[in-house]
Design a binder for this molecule. Structure first.
Ligand code: ADP
Ligand code: MG
Length: 239
């Protein structure tokens, strides 16, 4: 299991607000790292920096040993799944996967179609192939977003609060899909408030507070053992 992400001394400010403060973090291939922490603690900023969506200087984040400075440096290596799905509403479910395979990976249409079908089957929405995203439930939309991210065969998939706009039953479906990917060894970073969902499959939990890693460890350590006041306070408020 090689080192996939190496973050060294990452700092990030917006105007006068320091959002990330000299943060260090490593992620090995095959790890499933949950990132938890209070609202405003910098979780989204951290994952956006890793995905190349925020400008950072070249020596702060290495992905596969190469500097992340923008989305070109993470292209094809990082897949992002957001809270609000970010689907193409004017494409069918199938086309949401086929079009990027054709335009980005220059795949032939019949091969792209086969691949789309395999992925939609994997996330249990193959029967929706010809429908439009607006006819899907929120859980199905998010599973389509996951299938679309998987289509690019990224080295890591980053989820930023993938279930916060879903009711508990639909959130559960999405976490089942994420759990299946974890079993397959897919490297993932998951920002979430849903502690109970991730404790089953996260290999590590990182608790972010005020732009710093306050404490990190296995789910058992973070949820049952860590003797940290700020973490305890936070855990009382979620789930
Ligand atoms: P979290 O995801 O943990 O809730 P964020 O990373 O979204 O936290 O935000 C951390 C802090 O950075 C917040 O104070 C937020 O207001 C600020 N922030 C985030 N993005 C921007 C931006 N583009 N411009 C200005 N401030 C921002
Ligand atoms: Mg956020």
């Amino acid at each position: 299991m090689g080192e996939l992400i190496k973050i060294s001394n990452l700092s990030k400010s917006f105007a006068d607000t320091k959002v990330l403060q000299s943060l260090d973090m490593r992620v090995n291939s095959g790890e499933v790292v949950a990132i938890i922490g209070p609202s405003g603690s910098g979780k989204s900023t951290l994952v956006r920096c890793i995905a190349g969506l925020e400008p950072v200087s070249g020596d702060e984040i290495l992905l596969d040993g190469e500097a992340v400075v923008n989305t070109a440096s993470t292209h094809g290596k990082v897949g992002m799944v957001f809270q609000n799905f970010n689907l193409f509403p004017h494409f069918t479910v199938g086309e949401n996967i086929i079009k990027p395979l054709k335009t980005v990976l220059k795949m032939k249409v019949d091969i792209a179609t086969e691949k789309a079908k395999t992925l939609l089957d994997k996330v249990h929405i193959l029967d929706k192939f010809d429908q439009y995203p607006n006819s899907l439930s929120g859980g199905q939309k998010q599973r389509l977003a996951i299938a679309r991210a998987l289509a690019m065969e990224p080295e890591i998939i980053i989820f930023d609060e993938p279930t916060s706009s879903l009711d508990p039953k639909l959130a559960h479906e999405v976490f089942e899909t994420i759990s299946d990917l974890a079993k397959e060894g897919q490297t993932m970073l998951i920002v979430t408030h849903q502690i109970n969902a991730i404790r089953r499959f996260a290999t590590r939990v990182v608790f972010l507070n005020k732009g710093k890693i306050e404490v990190e460890g296995t789910p058992d350590y973070i949820f049952n053992q860590a003797d940290n006041q700020i973490l305890q306070q936070f855990l009382k408020q979620v789930d």
